[in-house]
Ligand binder design. Structure first.
Ligand code: PA5
Length: 478
């Protein structure tokens, strides 16, 4: 029996949301959120909860079913991953945005923090792992200097199948692989994309590439629990079945219509009220290096989903809350000054860890200096917990909205829960804001402008539009 099949273990691994420090009871009426203000939203909350339910039932939220309906896909991924482990020394994801941030976050959370520097045996026979998301030529060159392309599997990931960054990277490695391996190139590329649409699927079919699919109704930033995230994770030895079980467990916790019992709905409701009172910055501050890149993944999810000019009625609303990434305790020595004494415009979310995966003792020493020796006999675990509690207290004292999501420990089950929690929170916040959570016209505008600038056929009109933009003046360039 797998541990996630044991109800008691699952409950012991349940992520908790502590929103005490969002509430007026704790922060005072001027900054905190009152129970009355939540109650005054009652009708809106019921409508939003009903909309979430209906959309799911109508198949308009396919990402919600991912924890439940991927048995065959998981089997294919496990088989593919096991073959990759036998044959390859490196696994490189070519993708950007939703095709990259999830794999990076999960790898950092669940594998050794210096994974690539371990020997292959220490990595359990798994290949080194890289994500080439940006198109900085220096970075790309640096990657080619440390991998042997003949021993590398490239996983090209793009939902649209046309993103310039990803497709240009594919073209580079395609050329390189053909040059070195001739017809063998196709055994070094796996395509993850839409089953029917886009150019990557055309290329994959024409060249007979191994392919995984991103379900039609799942957008990039909601795709970590599809092969986009599951294949890289599995290749790197992560238990993807446990991760999906964690997501399924969170789905159960978030399926009630009652906002007061649904952690993700309550989290979104409080953020919605905070936004209404001018808290237009959302800081994600994990107190664990392993969760550092969860803040990056969350930043895209929250920013792209909620940052919208128009609501569903077509009215201009300029909705959204700017995500900021921080790391506890590192950013206590950088950003927390601003959080405690700067503008009252933020909500800080701590990601805490109940039990770290190791204990590091601080030896006794420097007995003649009490201001240092008091640390001896404690552990770094106690220190990081104390630092988190201290920052929470400092924010409370300064009347700053903050909340804490605690993972009892960081493992595949809790990471699956966390991903799913944040997705549901985002979708529910979108319902309350009455915007389209799942589109990204602002991103598309940038993509289209880049196509036009580089001469993609069909973008002549966009190019003309760009050419007609106000020309820069010398006097404003120093
Ligand atoms: O969430 C989204 O849809 C976007 O941010 C995409 O993930 C990103 O633009 C990459 O797109 P694609 O996967 O189509 O290459």
């Amino acid at each position: 029996m797998k541990r996630y099949e044991n109800q008691q273990w699952k409950e012991s691994m349940r992520i908790t949301l502590d929103f005490n420090n969002m509430m007026a009871d704790m922060l005072g009426e001027d900054q905190g959120i009152s129970k009355e203000s939540i109650a005054s939203l009652d009708e809106q909350l019921k409508t939003a909860a009903q909309a979430m339910k209906t959309k799911r039932e109508e198949g308009k939220m396919d990402w919600r079913d991912l924890p439940w309906n991927q048995n065959e896909i998981v089997e294919d991924i496990l088989n593919t991953a096991s073959k990759i482990k036998q044959k390859f020394d490196a696994f490189v994801v070519l993708g950007i945005g939703g095709s990259a941030l999830g794999p990076i976050a999960v790898q950092q959370a669940l594998n050794h923090m210096h994974y690539n520097e371990l020997s292959k045996a220490q990595r359990g026979g798994c290949p080194r792992f890289y994500v080439a998301d940006n198109v900085d030529p220096e970075r790309m060159k640096a990657l080619f200097e440390i991998i042997d392309v003949e021993k590398t599997m490239f996983n090209v990931v793009t939902k649209s199948g046309s993103t310039s960054e990803t497709m240009s990277q594919l073209m580079i490695i395609w050329d390189m692989l053909k040059d070195k391996l001739g017809e063998g190139y196709r055994d070094h590329i796996i395509a993850t994309t839409d089953r029917e649409n886009g150019n990557l699927i055309k290329i994959a079919k024409e060249h007979n590439l191994k392919t995984f699919y991103i379900p039609r109704g799942v957008g990039g930033r909601f795709s970590e629990l599809t092969p986009v995230g599951l294949l890289p994770a599995s290749v790197c030895g992560i238990d993807i079945e446990e991760m999906l079980a964690g997501a399924a467990y969170m789905d159960e916790l978030c399926s009630t219509q009652d906002v007061h019992k649904n952690p993700a709905y309550m989290a979104a409701t409080l953020q919605f009220l905070a936004m209404k009172s001018g808290k237009n910055i959302s800081v994600m501050m994990p107190y664990a290096d392993s969760l550092k890149y969860m803040a990056d993944w969350y930043a895209q999810l929250w920013a792209e989903s909620l940052g919208k000019r128009y609501n569903l009625k077509g009215e201009e609303v300029f909705a959204g809350q700017t995500p900021v990434k921080a790391l506890g305790v590192t950013d206590q020595h950088s950003q927390v000054q601003l959080y405690t004494e700067g503008p009252f415009d933020k909500v800080i979310t701590f990601l805490g860890v109940g039990k770290y995966r190791t204990t590091m003792e601080i030896p006794r020493g420097f007995e003649g200096i009490p201001a240092v020796s008091f640390l001896g006999g404690h552990t770094l675990n106690e220190l990081i917990h104390a630092e988190q509690a201290a920052t929470e207290y400092a924010l409370l004292k300064a009347k700053r909205l903050n909340r804490t999501l605690t993972l009892p420990e960081v493992n595949a089950f809790t990471v699956g829960q966390l991903l799913y929690f944040m997705e549901v929170e985002t979708a529910f916040a979108g319902e309350l804001l009455e915007i389209n959570t799942f589109d990204q016209p602002g991103v598309e505008e940038g993509k289209n402008a880049a196509y036009a600038l580089l001469g993609r056929p069909g973008y002549e009109e966009k190019k003309a539009e760009l050419d007609a933009r106000p020309q820069k003046k010398e006097e404003y360039i120093l």
